[in-house]
Design a protein around this ligand. Structure first.
Ligand SMILES: [Zn+2]
Ligand SMILES: [Zn+2]
Length: 285
């Protein structure tokens, strides 16, 4: 059986391999297709697509967006076959990246207002050059002796609702779907199993997302149990959604997840491409 992997990350977001090396690794793994789906950016796609080889895997340009979940929290939305240069998508992504850049300095300012001597540079150092997040703030607070441990850092300062917490700016689901579809991309709900919802609640959520433009769900995923995979395949069939699958490969940043194989047992059949492409072809270009 020919296999594919439609969910991977490169150095354009938080992966370890360059976009070209993701393409090459997919060729070496004998995959029939691979999608590059970096977080909130299409920056790696030109390099990725230029790494195409005759007889090699089909290279699918993609993106993974963090989206507000109706009712609180967030979901991840994949866009497959997006047109990297499409202006409205690029503008939307720029807005998301801008909000992310502004969030961390805001949290630093809140902490300083509370009398905590902390500088953005210290938090960046704790992140080791990668994307800065609240765990890095917590680490700095521990290192400075402001709190005793990471749990206390979150409890007193950083958890949602705590004084130094700044809300993450996320795209609304309808807006995110429109951006992806407008760029010719197929919208796929990433790793629904990680939401850990009761099946009926999940079905309601997915049905609501379908009304907003969702076209497929990622039933095959490294961290889905076989029972979840079956449940999600059933859900896709009931709601008339396409099925996708991928490893969420990040290289050494997510140890134990292999390209095209996940934790070793992931098998995403290449036959899924037909349904996804059918969905893509329904989009007015
Ligand atoms: Zn994700
Ligand atoms: Zn991902």
């Amino acid at each position: 059986m020919k296999l594919i992997d439609l969910h991977t990350h490169s150095t354009a977001s938080d992966g370890v391999l360059t976009p070209a090396l993701v393409a090459r690794a997919a060729a070496e793994a004998g995959l029939a297709a691979v999608a590059l789906t970096d977080h909130d950016t299409t920056e790696g796609l030109a390099e990725f697509l230029s790494a195409a080889q005759p007889g090699g895997p089909e290279l699918v340009p993609g993106v993974e967006l963090s989206v507000a979940r109706p009712g609180g929290g967030s979901i991840h939305l994949l866009g497959l076959w997006v047109d990297p240069g499409e202006p409205r998508l690029e503008k939307g992504l720029e807005r998301v990246q801008q909000a992310r850049r502004e969030r961390n300095p805001k949290m630093v300012a809140r902490l300083r207002e509370m009398g905590v001597e902390i500088a953005m540079e210290e938090v960046e150092a704790a992140a080791g050059g990668g994307q800065v997040g609240r765990p890095h703030f917590a680490q700095v607070l521990v290192d400075k002796g402001v709190v005793h441990n990471l749990g206390e850092a979150f409890g007193r300062y950083l958890k949602r609702g705590a004084p130094a917490y700044v809300e993450k700016q996320r795209l609304e689901p309808g807006e995110a779907m429109a951006l992806i579809r407008g760029a010719g991309g197929v919208t796929v709900l990433a790793h629904p199993g990680l939401l850990e919802l009761h099946p009926l609640v999940l079905e309601k959520l997915v049905a609501g997302l379908k009304d907003l433009g969702l076209m497929g769900i990622e039933a095959y995923y490294s961290e889905h149990k076989p029972s979840q995979e079956r449940q999600l395949l059933g859900l896709a069939a009931r709601l008339g959604l396409a099925v996708s699958g991928g490893s969420d490969f990040h290289g050494a940043n997510k140890p134990g997840i292999r390209l095209g194989a996940g934790q070793g047992t992931l098998r995403v059949p290449a036959a899924l491409l037909a349904g996804l492409k059918q969905a893509r072809d329904t989009l007015a270009r």
